[in-house]
Structures are given as C-alpha cells and as structure tokens.
Design a protein around this ligand. Structure first.
Ligand code: SAH
Length: 250
C-alpha cells in the first residue's frame, strides 16, 4: 500500500448523483482512487456515470456506509471540509496544511479521511465532532460555498502536490540528477573563460573586468551542476583550439 491508497474521500449525504460522478473524476485525475459514500440521498444514476467520464472504475469501487462513524472506524486522521467557519472547537486548516498533515499521516501508515458535506447544508455539527480538524478553502467570504465536486478537486490537488513533494526525487520531474558544481569547479571554469575570451580577442583592448563581472553574475545565477560546467568547459576548450588554428593560419 502506498500513501495515496491510505487516503479516502468521504462524501456524506450527497443529494445530486452527478456530483458523486464529478468527484470520482476529480480524485482520479489527482492519482487518488478511494471514494466512500455515506447514505447518499439517491442511488448512482446515468448522470453520475456520465460525469465520472473515465473514472467509472473509481465510481464502481466506491464503498457505501450507513453512517459517517462507520466510514471512519479505522481512520487515525479525519479532516472535515467546511464552507464556513463553525462554532465547533476544531482547528481550522488551509487546504495546503490539511493536505500536508494527511500525507504525513498516510506516510506513517495511518488511514486518513477527508470528509465532505451535503450540497445544501454541509456537515452537521455532530458530524464535524468526528473530525480531528476542519479544512476551509479560503474562498470569497461573501460567497464561500464551492460546488461539492469543485471542493473535492481543490483538496485532491493539494493532496497530489503534497504526495509529489513527499516522493523521493526519481520521477524525472523538477529535481536534478547531478550535484551542484563546487566553488572550486566554478572558479576553474571562470579562469578558463577568461583565458578563452583573451584568446578570441573578445575584449579588443577594453579592460576585461566589467565583462567578467557580468559573466560571473550570469553563470552564478544559473546554479550550474557539475555536468553543465563540464559541457561549458568543453566548448571553451574547442574555442581555444580554433583560436590557435586561426592564429597559425595567419
Ligand atoms: N451550504 C453548505 C455548502 C455545502 S457545499 C454549507 O454552507 O455548508 C458541499 C461541501 O463542499 C461542503 O460540505 C464542504 O465539504 C465542501 N466545500 C464547499 N465549499 C468549501 C470551502 N470553501 N472550503 C472547504 N470545503 C468546502
């Protein structure tokens, strides 16, 4: 079981089956798959399946429970998503912080639930009492209630970002494979660059300091890794060789 397998999305008392289909799609696009339905008002219908689009598998695998307590029985972390702040004594988290807590707990082997309420009335205070913290999407305070599936999408996206950030960097993503160049390696490169600029008569009688300062700033900003320094030094070596050949010809 990987961390995403330990995270379930729980929809309580959903009134529109279409929203359940859209929620299935939302969670599948973000690499999650566990949908739990607590006493939906109506059975899944053709609209639910149409809105699930390619996420029929998630919809069909959805687990049904008669009560929220049953759906959460084995969970060690439960986050309740609310469209407005309530007078329940619960910590209120931003989606990003809630997702970080959820992914950390799932990484430790805990079962985790994110709970979403009914379209019309949200979660009851009794249902919120079953949660360890509330999560509120900081929407327009005068119009803060998102469509149920849209709220599921926002939280699923934050979960995805947190899951990606928690992964070791072997995904071919933004992480770099080569170690950053050391101070000595960069100074070796700058020394060679100065020599090559002389060899190709780049400065043409001007003092080289100003150009070198700008080039240093440029290359330091690039945070070169060892392989990139090697590549640049290879280019300089070839430029040196061409300058020498040109000198011999003259
Ligand atoms: N009128 C209801 C709105 C329910 S919207 C109410 O005021 O509670 C359906 C569900 O979507 C909510 O129960 C909640 O789980 C989720 N949701 C909608 N907007 C949200 C927001 N801004 N932050 C967190 N969850 C939200």
């Amino acid at each position: 079981m990987t961390p995403p397998d330990r995270i379930r999305i729980v929809l309580v008392g959903t009134q529109h089956p279409g929203n359940i289909g859209s929620a299935a799609r939302a969670i599948k696009t973000m690499g999650l798959s566990r949908l739990v339905l607590v006493a939906p008002e109506k059975p899944l219908d053709i609209e639910a399946h149409a809105l699930a689009a390619g996420a029929d598998d998630v919809l069909s695998a959805a687990v049904h429970h008669a009560s929220l307590a049953d759906a959460l029985a084995d969970c060690r972390l439960v986050l309740g998503c609310t469209a407005r702040s309530r007078r329940v004594a619960l910590d209120e988290l931003l989606p990003r912080d809630g997702a970080a807590r959820a992914v950390a707990a799932a990484g430790d082997g805990a079962e985790v639930a994110l709970v979403f309420g009914r379209e019309r009335t949200g979660l009851s205070n009794d249902e919120l009492q079953l949660c360890h913290a509330a999560v509120h999407i900081p929407a327009n305070p005068e119009y803060s209630s998102l469509n149920l599936a849209a709220a599921v999408q926002v939280l699923s996206y934050e979960l995805r970002l947190a899951l990606l950030a928690a992964q070791p960097d072997d995904s071919g993503g933004a992480g770099r494979a080569d170690p950053p160049a050391s101070h000595a390696e960069l100074e070796g490169f700058f020394g060679q660059l100065a020599g090559t600029l002389d060899a190709i008569d780049f400065h043409k009688g001007r003092a080289p300091d100003s150009a070198m300062r700008k080039l240093r700033r440029l290359f330091l900003r690039a945070e070169l890794d060892v392989r990139e320094v090697r590549l640049l030094r290879g280019i300089l070596a070839d430029a040196d060789r061409m300058a020498m050949l040109a000198g011999q010809r003259r």
